[in-house]
Design a binder for this molecule. Sequence first.
Ligand code: COA
Length: 330
Amino acid sequence: MRGSRIVGMGHCVPDRVVTNDDLAEFIETSNEWIVQRTGIEERRWVEGNVGAADLAFDATKDALAEAGMKASDLDMIIFATLSPDVTFPGSSCILQKMLGVPGIATLDIRNQCTGFVYGLSIADQFIKTGMMNNVLVVGGEVHSSGLDMSTRGRDVTVLFGDGAGVAIVSATDGENRIIDSKLHADGTHYDVLMVEAPASRLNPRLTPEMLEEGRHYPKMDGRQVFRNAVTAMPAVVHEVLEPHGFTVEDISMLIPHQANLRINQMVQRSLGLSDDQVFNNIMKYGNTTAASIPIALHEAIQAGKVHEGDVVVLTAFGAGLTWGANLIRW
Ligand code: COA
């Protein structure tokens, strides 16, 4: 039966390293507070005018090389981002222009930290139906140009980093494939993590007063996000495994979304996984939302931690609220 598998990956993070001590120079915070609460030691932030598609373009070049493909082999670009290059059109169109492949389908999706998990599932469905053969799935974010760089925003600003990760998903008849995905959302809590303005429901969409009040910066109820994340991710991992006769013991590698090392340690404990079954790199990059899973997965592969035939599970949780998981026979 026709299915899909990842045939090439790439990732790109900006060169500029921003340590916790760097942040403490303009925000009332400390390396100790950030490391204790989140595990984050540093993140990468762009310099100058760099958008999500710019980072994704570099990552895509590497993925195409790894897959032995040309951009013209792609049928579709799915771009998961909460920080699009411009309000519209989507970053998928901007990346398509950079890749020089006019005419192929493009789709931007807005599923925040769960964006890559949703994107991979969408690519898998398009390929299973036979409508597409080669789909580029992107998670790409530039947060640093949209963060409150004052102490007012410190609970959010210290968490986020910039980066992009991409996967080329291609048709296969083999057993090594994306086996299944489970996708969820609960919009009841849409406002626990959000950027409120500019917004079409506000008229005007943005005023000097809103800017003054910082309503264009992300706001978060961190504790509620934390509580939901540590229950939703283990649950969705079981949900994606069990219909296929797998248990957590079969997991060769779990790649959880990189929002907070403490969240991932609790998820690991709750699932009863050993250290070598879970990969984390949040220490170096902070939370890159939609980009975090493809960056981590690609780094795990490069570190020799993922082998052909392995059972790999990706799981994410984020604003929306949204959560989900992909089950892959690598
Ligand atoms: N540096 C120093 N102090 C900070 C701070 C910072 N960067 N950010 C907040 N604080 C202060 C708060 O003002 C508060 O001070 P107070 O007690 O005097 O009011 C204190 O630290 C505790 O704040 P609180 O928000 O209760 O901390 P916490 O233990 O819940 O940790 C998070 C905050 C953000 C680290 C944590 O809630 C979290 O990681 N949540 C999940 C967030 C997440 O993953 N978001 C992305 C989802 S995909």
